[in-house]
Design a protein around this ligand. Structure first.
Ligand SMILES: [Fe+2]
Length: 279
């Protein structure tokens, strides 16, 4: 089976969240996440920093409006679209303002709208702390359905799985380039976004993010720690709507190793200690 999403070199380019108070949420991303925030419509804000973008729209707190994955080139995008059609998925219009014409969207088994496209070049030079938008993680009742959609239908590669004693999936990590995961999914008693992550690259930059959060009296809610799958260093904070934000570093680069299964235990989530087990 062809790894079509990997061939397309897709990466997490932007996210759009709904909020009952878009102005407050956009203000948080401007101040805490070191982004510019501009109002584009009465109830829509666009926040942009260096290689990171978050759109905030009026709606329900913690609801993902859509995610935007950019492809390496037109050939990769067209192959991915052809694969989606061949797999019988409904190919929808992409609502994303950050993609050029030719973008498309699909809905995953939990109805999340996932857009694929070619990124519109950012004409503004953005300064700020390093932290590109890097991965999106869902909470779901059904991790097997997540894997069947992203791996079997769209051709994301499986990187790691976390497995319950009964053999069912607790977590699944999939990638669409050499970074260990672009999207992941935790089994949960709710359906939605678990967290989204910014890749600081190295430990010292996580320190700088923590200093920035500390100056603003934003407490870490988890970490610092190191995940088993992905081997990435991490800290977590929460935005005013309750969305979990991760700042990560040293994520594993995967070329050709086999898929690894991990046991569902605290050490898998945090090799250094305390874990937040989702199921
Ligand atoms: Fe993460």
């Amino acid at each position: 089976m062809s790894l079509t999403a990997v061939r397309a070199g897709a990466y997490l380019h932007h996210l759009a969240f709904e909020s009952s108070d878009p102005e407050r949420l956009a203000g948080f991303y401007r101040d805490a996440m070191d982004m510019d925030a501009e109002r584009y419509a009465k109830d829509e804000w666009r926040c942009q920093g260096p290689d990171r973008r978050v759109i905030v729209k009026n709606g329900a707190d913690r609801q993902l409006a859509y995610a935007g994955l950019a492809c390496r080139d037109k050939e990769g995008l067209e192959e991915l679209k052809a694969r989606a059609v061949a797999e019988g998925l409904s190919v929808l219009e992409s609502p994303s303002p950050y993609f050029l014409d030719g973008a498309f969207a699909v809905r995953d088994p939990d109805s999340h709208l996932i857009c694929f496209g070619l990124a519109r070049p950012d004409t503004v030079k953005r300064n700020g702390l390093r932290g590109p938008t890097q991965h999106l993680t869902f909470a779901s009742f059904d991790v097997e359905a997540f894997a069947a959609f992203y791996h079997d239908k769209l051709g994301f590669a499986l990187s790691d799985r976390v497995v319950h004693e009964d053999g069912t999936l607790a977590t699944c990590f999939v990638r669409s380039n050499h970074e260990h995961h672009t999207i992941a999914c935790f089994k949960s008693n709710r359906r939605g976004v678990d967290h989204h992550s910014y890749e600081a690259g190295e430990w010292d930059t996580i320190r700088d993010w923590c200093d920035r959060f500390g100056e603003r009296r934003i407490p870490l809610m988890w970490g610092p720690g190191r995940h088993g799958p992905g081997n990435n260093l991490f800290i977590f904070i929460e935005d005013p709507d309750g969305n979990w934000i991760e700042v990560s570093a040293e994520m594993e680069v995967v070329h050709d190793r086999p898929v690894k299964d991990w046991p569902q235990e605290p050490r898998t989530l945090n090799l250094w200690g305390k874990a937040i087990l989702r199921s």
